[in-house]
Design a binder for this molecule. Sequence first.
Ligand code: ADP
Ligand code: UDP
Length: 242
Amino acid sequence: MEKKKFLYEGKAKKIYDTDDVNLCIIEYKNSLTAFNALKKDSIEGKGELNNLISSSLFELLSEKGIPTHFVKRVDNIHQIVKKVSIVPIEVVVRNITTGSLCKRLGVEEGKVLPRPLVELYLKDDALGDPLITEDHALLFGWSTEEQLLKIKEIALKVNSVLSEYFTGLRIILVDFKLEFGVDAEGRLLLADEVSPDTCRFWDRDTKNRLDKDRFRKDLGDVLGAYQEIWRRISSSNEDGAR
Ligand code: ADP
Ligand code: UDP
């Protein structure tokens, strides 16, 4: 399957049409952004690692019965996905307090939450992706009640599948962001990517940050952290632990 018409270039990926109207190709870029793209860089090899990691995690999620857009990885930087109309809401699930949650609410960093916290943000770069309530999503037509119920249910299932999986890799899944879309048949699917760009991963033993926080906070060796995540995932794939 070949790339046809170029559709969209975002901060981390490009999207292309294919011969099949229901499928598109995602190309993973090396660019890395933070703080609503105020901080930018490009790291050789980052796109490839995110493509490998996201493909593997989407395969795992599909195996666990989660409806996703993922079809297959084509090569190091491309994957085929079902084309969806993206619900303009970023869904964040948190297990441990950090990041914008602590900044916004003044709560202590690193606290294990009694249960996962689900937050909704409006996907709008110009507004800096503001936090919204379910009522905002419903009243302004960003999603339906039925979609919201499914979105929250799937987001919590993704959290339990990934938390258990990463525990086996001696990694703590601190928080992550998901996107959802609706396909040509009207099905709600988990879309976009699941990678160290969109998740916070802490090494269980050292608490080293193995994700984009290394870039956000200038901790150094960003690529090494992404490589370490891929190293542990690929060795668990080889062991058949999945
Ligand atoms: P951003 O737009 O946030 O800068 P990216 O660089 O990651 O993000 O670009 C990818 C874009 O593609 C995002 O806007 C995402 O919502 C969208 N997208 C992800 N999966 C699909 C899909 N299966 N079909 C259509 N669009 C998708
Ligand atoms: N996140 C993301 N894209 C965004 C905002 C957040 O992938 O546009 C992820 C981020 O990597 C983290 C989680 O969502 O895993 C929660 O991020 P937070 O709200 O703490 O935001 P940040 O600290 O990045 O401003």
